[in-house]
Design a protein around this ligand. Sequence first.
Ligand SMILES: NC(=O)c1ccc[n+]([C@@H]2O[C@H](COP(=O)([O-])OP(=O)(O)OC[C@H]3O[C@@H](n4cnc5c(N)ncnc54)[C@H](OP(=O)(O)O)[C@@H]3O)[C@@H](O)[C@H]2O)c1
Length: 259
Amino acid sequence: MMKPLNTPITSWTGKRVWLVGASSGIGAALAQALLQAGAIVALSARRADQLAIVAAPYSNASVVPFDVTDTEAWPAALTNVLERLGQIDLVILGAARYDPTHSWQIDIEQAEKSFDLNVVSVYRGLSVIVPQLLAQGHGGVSLIASISGYTGLPRALIYGATKAALQNLCETLYFELAPKGLAVYLINPGFVQTPMTSANDFEMPGLMTPEAAACAIMLGFERGHFEIRFPKAFSLALRVISMLPDRLRFALLHKTTGM
Ligand SMILES: NC(=O)c1ccc[n+]([C@@H]2O[C@H](COP(=O)([O-])OP(=O)(O)OC[C@H]3O[C@@H](n4cnc5c(N)ncnc54)[C@H](OP(=O)(O)O)[C@@H]3O)[C@@H](O)[C@H]2O)c1
Protein backbone atom coordinates (compact mmCIF):
# COMPACT_ATOMS: atom_id res chain seq x y z
CA MET A 1 0.00 0.00 0.00
CA MET A 2 1.17 3.57 -0.74
CA LYS A 3 2.32 5.69 2.19
CA PRO A 4 -0.16 8.46 3.06
CA LEU A 5 0.94 12.01 2.18
CA ASN A 6 0.61 13.12 5.82
CA THR A 7 1.28 11.17 8.99
CA PRO A 8 -2.11 9.72 10.05
CA ILE A 9 -3.48 11.23 13.26
CA THR A 10 -4.15 8.05 15.19
CA SER A 11 -5.30 9.64 18.44
CA TRP A 12 -6.91 13.01 19.17
CA THR A 13 -6.34 12.83 22.91
CA GLY A 14 -4.43 15.95 23.93
CA LYS A 15 -3.96 17.14 20.31
CA ARG A 16 -3.86 20.94 20.30
CA VAL A 17 -6.04 22.33 17.53
CA TRP A 18 -6.79 25.93 16.47
CA LEU A 19 -10.04 26.00 14.50
CA VAL A 20 -10.88 29.24 12.70
CA GLY A 21 -14.50 29.57 11.56
CA ALA A 22 -15.83 27.57 14.50
CA SER A 23 -18.98 29.53 15.35
CA SER A 24 -21.37 27.82 12.91
CA GLY A 25 -21.86 25.20 10.21
CA ILE A 26 -19.01 22.84 9.39
CA GLY A 27 -16.60 24.56 11.80
CA ALA A 28 -18.94 24.25 14.79
CA ALA A 29 -19.64 20.57 14.02
CA LEU A 30 -15.94 19.87 13.54
CA ALA A 31 -15.14 21.63 16.84
CA GLN A 32 -17.62 19.35 18.61
CA ALA A 33 -16.21 16.22 16.95
CA LEU A 34 -12.64 17.19 17.89
CA LEU A 35 -13.59 18.06 21.47
CA GLN A 36 -15.52 14.82 21.91
CA ALA A 37 -12.50 12.91 20.59
CA GLY A 38 -10.31 14.48 23.29
CA ALA A 39 -8.53 17.28 21.42
CA ILE A 40 -7.81 20.59 23.14
CA VAL A 41 -9.38 23.16 20.85
CA ALA A 42 -9.15 26.95 20.55
CA LEU A 43 -12.22 28.18 18.67
CA SER A 44 -12.10 31.36 16.61
CA ALA A 45 -14.56 33.45 14.57
CA ARG A 46 -16.03 36.93 15.10
CA ARG A 47 -19.13 36.02 17.15
CA ALA A 48 -17.88 35.42 20.71
CA ASP A 49 -21.39 34.51 21.90
CA GLN A 50 -21.74 31.75 19.31
CA LEU A 51 -18.26 30.41 20.05
CA ALA A 52 -19.14 30.33 23.75
CA ILE A 53 -22.24 28.23 22.98
CA VAL A 54 -20.17 25.70 20.99
CA ALA A 55 -17.47 25.57 23.70
CA ALA A 56 -19.80 25.52 26.73
CA PRO A 57 -20.16 21.73 27.24
CA TYR A 58 -16.38 21.11 27.09
CA SER A 59 -13.58 21.77 29.59
CA ASN A 60 -11.05 21.23 26.77
CA ALA A 61 -12.37 24.17 24.70
CA SER A 62 -11.43 27.83 24.78
CA VAL A 63 -12.53 30.74 22.63
CA VAL A 64 -10.36 33.30 20.85
CA PRO A 65 -12.71 35.60 18.95
CA PHE A 66 -11.28 37.87 16.25
CA ASP A 67 -11.88 39.09 12.71
CA VAL A 68 -9.62 37.25 10.25
CA THR A 69 -9.73 40.20 7.81
CA ASP A 70 -7.90 42.34 10.37
CA THR A 71 -4.21 41.79 9.62
CA GLU A 72 -3.15 43.30 12.96
CA ALA A 73 -5.42 40.88 14.88
CA TRP A 74 -3.58 37.73 13.75
CA PRO A 75 -0.38 37.99 15.84
CA ALA A 76 -2.45 38.77 18.96
CA ALA A 77 -4.78 35.84 18.21
CA LEU A 78 -1.79 33.50 17.80
CA THR A 79 -0.32 34.67 21.13
CA ASN A 80 -3.70 34.18 22.76
CA VAL A 81 -4.01 30.65 21.31
CA LEU A 82 -0.46 29.73 22.39
CA GLU A 83 -1.20 30.92 25.94
CA ARG A 84 -4.10 28.47 26.00
CA LEU A 85 -2.63 25.53 24.04
CA GLY A 86 1.13 25.83 24.63
CA GLN A 87 1.92 24.62 21.12
CA ILE A 88 -0.21 23.94 18.05
CA ASP A 89 -0.53 20.51 16.46
CA LEU A 90 -3.11 21.47 13.84
CA VAL A 91 -4.63 24.68 12.48
CA ILE A 92 -7.84 24.57 10.43
CA LEU A 93 -8.71 27.70 8.45
CA GLY A 94 -12.36 27.70 7.40
CA ALA A 95 -13.70 31.27 7.61
CA ALA A 96 -15.37 32.23 4.34
CA ARG A 97 -18.33 33.88 2.65
CA TYR A 98 -20.37 32.83 -0.36
CA ASP A 99 -22.07 35.29 -2.66
CA PRO A 100 -23.83 33.41 -5.48
CA THR A 101 -23.04 35.47 -8.59
CA HIS A 102 -23.60 35.13 -12.32
CA SER A 103 -21.22 36.59 -14.92
CA TRP A 104 -23.71 39.37 -15.66
CA GLN A 105 -24.09 40.43 -12.01
CA ILE A 106 -20.56 41.36 -11.00
CA ASP A 107 -20.44 43.48 -7.87
CA ILE A 108 -16.90 44.70 -7.25
CA GLU A 109 -17.43 45.23 -3.55
CA GLN A 110 -18.63 41.64 -3.15
CA ALA A 111 -15.67 40.38 -5.18
CA GLU A 112 -13.22 42.37 -3.04
CA LYS A 113 -14.82 41.23 0.19
CA SER A 114 -14.88 37.57 -0.90
CA PHE A 115 -11.26 37.52 -2.00
CA ASP A 116 -10.22 39.44 1.11
CA LEU A 117 -11.96 36.98 3.46
CA ASN A 118 -11.65 33.69 1.59
CA VAL A 119 -8.12 34.13 0.23
CA VAL A 120 -6.18 37.10 1.65
CA SER A 121 -7.15 36.18 5.21
CA VAL A 122 -5.64 32.75 4.65
CA TYR A 123 -2.35 34.46 3.72
CA ARG A 124 -2.73 36.65 6.82
CA GLY A 125 -3.10 33.51 8.91
CA LEU A 126 -0.30 31.61 7.20
CA SER A 127 2.08 34.54 7.68
CA VAL A 128 1.92 34.02 11.45
CA ILE A 129 1.14 30.29 11.64
CA VAL A 130 3.81 28.87 9.33
CA PRO A 131 6.75 30.51 11.20
CA GLN A 132 5.26 29.20 14.46
CA LEU A 133 4.94 25.61 13.14
CA LEU A 134 8.43 25.72 11.63
CA ALA A 135 9.85 26.97 14.94
CA GLN A 136 8.06 24.12 16.76
CA GLY A 137 9.33 21.64 14.16
CA HIS A 138 5.95 19.91 13.96
CA GLY A 139 2.28 20.54 13.35
CA GLY A 140 -0.09 20.87 10.44
CA VAL A 141 -2.20 23.37 8.60
CA SER A 142 -5.42 22.71 6.73
CA LEU A 143 -7.40 24.96 4.43
CA ILE A 144 -11.11 24.50 3.81
CA ALA A 145 -11.61 25.09 0.09
CA SER A 146 -14.51 23.52 -1.86
CA ILE A 147 -15.13 21.12 -4.72
CA SER A 148 -16.44 24.23 -6.53
CA GLY A 149 -12.78 25.13 -7.00
CA TYR A 150 -12.29 22.16 -9.37
CA THR A 151 -14.03 23.76 -12.34
CA GLY A 152 -16.10 26.78 -13.33
CA LEU A 153 -19.73 26.35 -12.24
CA PRO A 154 -22.84 28.48 -12.66
CA ARG A 155 -23.35 31.11 -9.92
CA ALA A 156 -19.86 30.41 -8.50
CA LEU A 157 -18.21 33.27 -10.39
CA ILE A 158 -16.52 34.72 -7.29
CA TYR A 159 -16.73 31.95 -4.69
CA GLY A 160 -15.42 29.21 -7.01
CA ALA A 161 -12.45 31.37 -7.99
CA THR A 162 -11.54 32.00 -4.34
CA LYS A 163 -11.66 28.27 -3.64
CA ALA A 164 -9.62 27.39 -6.75
CA ALA A 165 -7.02 29.85 -5.42
CA LEU A 166 -6.91 27.98 -2.11
CA GLN A 167 -6.49 24.62 -3.87
CA ASN A 168 -3.47 25.93 -5.75
CA LEU A 169 -2.09 27.64 -2.63
CA CYS A 170 -2.46 24.43 -0.62
CA GLU A 171 -0.46 22.44 -3.16
CA THR A 172 2.40 24.91 -2.88
CA LEU A 173 2.19 24.69 0.89
CA TYR A 174 2.45 20.91 0.68
CA PHE A 175 5.43 21.05 -1.70
CA GLU A 176 7.30 23.43 0.54
CA LEU A 177 6.28 22.41 4.05
CA ALA A 178 6.01 18.61 3.90
CA PRO A 179 9.81 18.25 3.39
CA LYS A 180 10.19 20.39 6.53
CA GLY A 181 8.12 17.92 8.56
CA LEU A 182 4.79 19.78 8.58
CA ALA A 183 1.43 18.32 7.56
CA VAL A 184 -0.72 20.13 5.00
CA TYR A 185 -4.34 19.25 4.27
CA LEU A 186 -6.70 20.48 1.57
CA ILE A 187 -10.34 20.03 2.59
CA ASN A 188 -12.79 20.09 -0.33
CA PRO A 189 -16.39 19.75 0.88
CA GLY A 190 -19.35 19.29 -1.43
CA PHE A 191 -22.73 20.74 -0.43
CA VAL A 192 -23.30 20.91 3.33
CA GLN A 193 -26.47 22.21 4.97
CA THR A 194 -25.19 25.30 6.84
CA PRO A 195 -26.08 29.00 7.10
CA MET A 196 -23.83 29.49 4.04
CA THR A 197 -25.99 27.32 1.77
CA SER A 198 -29.37 28.02 3.40
CA ALA A 199 -30.36 30.55 0.71
CA ASN A 200 -29.54 28.24 -2.22
CA ASP A 201 -32.71 27.83 -4.29
CA PHE A 202 -31.43 24.94 -6.40
CA GLU A 203 -31.11 21.24 -5.71
CA MET A 204 -27.80 20.50 -3.98
CA PRO A 205 -26.61 17.04 -5.01
CA GLY A 206 -25.16 14.92 -2.22
CA LEU A 207 -26.18 17.46 0.45
CA MET A 208 -24.69 16.47 3.82
CA THR A 209 -25.27 17.49 7.42
CA PRO A 210 -22.47 19.46 9.13
CA GLU A 211 -21.99 16.46 11.45
CA ALA A 212 -21.42 14.10 8.50
CA ALA A 213 -19.00 16.63 7.01
CA ALA A 214 -17.12 16.81 10.33
CA CYS A 215 -16.91 12.98 10.38
CA ALA A 216 -15.48 12.93 6.85
CA ILE A 217 -12.88 15.56 7.78
CA MET A 218 -11.82 13.66 10.93
CA LEU A 219 -11.50 10.47 8.87
CA GLY A 220 -9.33 12.27 6.32
CA PHE A 221 -6.96 13.47 9.06
CA GLU A 222 -6.91 10.00 10.59
CA ARG A 223 -5.99 8.47 7.22
CA GLY A 224 -3.28 11.06 6.54
CA HIS A 225 -4.82 12.26 3.30
CA PHE A 226 -3.59 15.46 1.63
CA GLU A 227 -6.92 16.11 -0.05
CA ILE A 228 -9.98 15.40 2.07
CA ARG A 229 -13.00 15.54 -0.23
CA PHE A 230 -16.59 14.53 0.31
CA PRO A 231 -19.20 13.25 -0.28
CA LYS A 232 -17.33 10.45 -1.99
CA ALA A 233 -19.37 9.86 -5.16
CA PHE A 234 -20.34 13.46 -5.98
CA SER A 235 -16.91 14.93 -5.26
CA LEU A 236 -15.20 12.23 -7.32
CA ALA A 237 -17.63 12.78 -10.20
CA LEU A 238 -16.91 16.52 -10.24
CA ARG A 239 -13.16 15.87 -10.00
CA VAL A 240 -13.32 13.54 -12.99
CA ILE A 241 -15.51 16.00 -14.95
CA SER A 242 -12.98 18.76 -14.23
CA MET A 243 -10.28 16.71 -15.95
CA LEU A 244 -12.27 16.03 -19.13
CA PRO A 245 -11.47 17.83 -22.40
CA ASP A 246 -13.09 21.31 -22.42
CA ARG A 247 -15.79 20.53 -25.00
CA LEU A 248 -16.96 17.46 -23.10
CA ARG A 249 -16.68 19.13 -19.68
CA PHE A 250 -18.77 22.17 -20.67
CA ALA A 251 -21.40 19.96 -22.37
CA LEU A 252 -21.69 17.73 -19.31
CA LEU A 253 -21.90 20.63 -16.89
CA HIS A 254 -24.57 22.36 -19.00
CA LYS A 255 -26.56 19.15 -19.01
CA THR A 256 -26.20 18.34 -15.31
CA THR A 257 -26.74 21.88 -13.97
CA GLY A 258 -29.50 22.68 -16.46
CA MET A 259 -27.77 26.01 -17.25
N1 LIG B 1 -21.63 24.64 3.27
C1 LIG B 1 -21.15 24.16 2.14
O1 LIG B 1 -21.88 23.57 1.31
C2 LIG B 1 -19.69 24.28 1.84
C3 LIG B 1 -19.21 23.62 0.71
C4 LIG B 1 -17.87 23.71 0.39
C5 LIG B 1 -17.02 24.43 1.21
N2 LIG B 1 -17.51 25.07 2.31
C6 LIG B 1 -16.56 25.83 3.12
O2 LIG B 1 -16.60 25.36 4.45
C7 LIG B 1 -16.25 26.44 5.34
C8 LIG B 1 -17.31 26.60 6.39
O3 LIG B 1 -18.52 26.97 5.75
P1 LIG B 1 -19.96 26.75 6.36
O4 LIG B 1 -20.80 26.23 5.29
O5 LIG B 1 -19.85 26.02 7.64
O6 LIG B 1 -20.41 28.27 6.57
P2 LIG B 1 -20.85 29.13 7.82
O7 LIG B 1 -21.72 28.36 8.73
O8 LIG B 1 -21.35 30.41 7.24
O9 LIG B 1 -19.46 29.38 8.59
C9 LIG B 1 -18.57 30.36 8.20
C10 LIG B 1 -17.63 30.61 9.38
O10 LIG B 1 -16.69 31.63 9.03
C11 LIG B 1 -16.67 32.59 10.09
N3 LIG B 1 -16.29 33.89 9.57
C12 LIG B 1 -16.88 34.58 8.55
N4 LIG B 1 -16.30 35.78 8.42
C13 LIG B 1 -15.31 35.85 9.37
C14 LIG B 1 -14.38 36.85 9.73
N5 LIG B 1 -14.30 38.01 9.07
N6 LIG B 1 -13.53 36.59 10.76
C15 LIG B 1 -13.60 35.41 11.43
N7 LIG B 1 -14.46 34.43 11.11
C16 LIG B 1 -15.31 34.66 10.11
C17 LIG B 1 -18.10 32.58 10.63
O11 LIG B 1 -18.14 33.07 11.95
P3 LIG B 1 -18.56 34.56 12.39
O12 LIG B 1 -19.70 34.99 11.54
O13 LIG B 1 -18.90 34.37 13.83
O14 LIG B 1 -17.34 35.39 12.22
C18 LIG B 1 -18.38 31.09 10.63
O15 LIG B 1 -17.83 30.49 11.78
C19 LIG B 1 -16.07 27.67 4.44
O16 LIG B 1 -14.71 27.81 4.11
C20 LIG B 1 -16.86 27.29 3.20
O17 LIG B 1 -16.44 28.01 2.07
C21 LIG B 1 -18.83 25.02 2.65
